[in-house]
Each structure stands twice: as C-alpha cells, then as structure tokens.
Write a protein that binds this ligand. Structure first.
Ligand code: ZN
Length: 164
C-alpha cells in the first residue's frame, strides 16, 4: 500500500469527466487500497480517483469511521438511480479544497448502484451522511466540486478566502 498525493483545486484533474472502470484487476484493486490508505491518513471520509490524479469512475468511502469501527467501502462505476424529493443542506469539506466548507443542498436520500471491488453488482438505499458523502464523491467523477453547487456570490467569496 502507498499513500498518494491529493490534488487540490483548481487543478484541472478535478474538472474532468472520468472514464468507466473496465476489468477489475490488480491495478484497480491496488488503486482502491491506496486510495483508502490516503483517505484515512488525510482524515477524510471519502476520496474519489480524480483527487489522486486518476480519471476513473471509482471512489472510496467510510463516512462514519471517526465514530465507530472502520468500514471501508469501494464504489466502482457508481450510478444514482433515484433521489428523494426532500433535500438537506450540509456543510461539506473536501480534501481537495483544504480549509473550505461549503453549504451544499442535495437530495436527502438516494438509491445507488455500483460494482464492488470483488466485481459483484451492489445496490443500496443511502440516507443520512452516507447519502451526502456518496453524492459529493460521485460529483468528483463528473468533474464537479462543492463550489460548483453553490450560488455565485458565495462561490466567489469562498474562492477569495481559499486563495488568500
Ligand atoms: Zn471532495
């Protein structure tokens, strides 16, 4: 296992549309392990491949490890197949935007499908912080960061603070 460098905004890697993962072989398995190690070391709760400069549709998540036993999960080629009409606004941090917290409004619940690291098809209803975290990470695979999901004025203020 190895720790990877995390790219930070405005690195163009973070604005890329990532490619689907094909065969899940040694390379993908070791990328997932390295991403988990990197996420825990950076004290994050989720990390997407473009954040470690790989334009692939894969993210790792363990949204509750700070409050319970670690439960690492790998999401390959994830898709959201349903979103709840009710939304919630959550202050979201991002390992690629150190020091920036943006209040993002998102559906409160989602249904997601993905391929697990063992190659099996998975699906689950996600709610609470897991739903928010998964949407944040999936956004990264589409080249979207939290700053793209807030109003222009707040965005400009946060960018100014970030670059100060
Ligand atoms: Zn992020």
């Amino acid at each position: 296992m190895a720790r990877l460098d995390i790219v930070t905004f405005p690195n163009p890697m973070l604005a890329r549309d990532c490619s689907p993962v094909g065969e899940i072989g040694t390379e993908i398995r070791s990328l997932a392990e390295d991403m988990l190690e990197t996420m825990y070391a950076a004290e994050g709760r989720g990390l997407a491949a473009p954040q470690v400069a790989r334009a692939l549709r894969i993210f790792v998540m363990d949204e509750g490890w700070k409050d319970r036993e670690p439960a690492p999960r790998v999401f390959i080629n994830p898709e959201i197949t349903w979103t709840s009409p009710e939304t919630r606004i959550t202050p979201e941090g991002c390992l690629s935007l150190p020091g920036v917290t943006a209040r993002v409004e998102r559906p409160a619940q989602i249904h997601m499908r993905w391929t697990g690291i063992d190659g099996t098809a998975q699906e689950e209803d996600l709610h609470g912080f897991a739903a928010i975290c998964a949407q944040h990470e999936l956004d990264h695979l589409d080249g979207i960061v939290t700053l793209d999901r807030i109003d222009r004025q707040t965005r400009l203020a946060l960018i100014e603070e970030y670059s100060a």
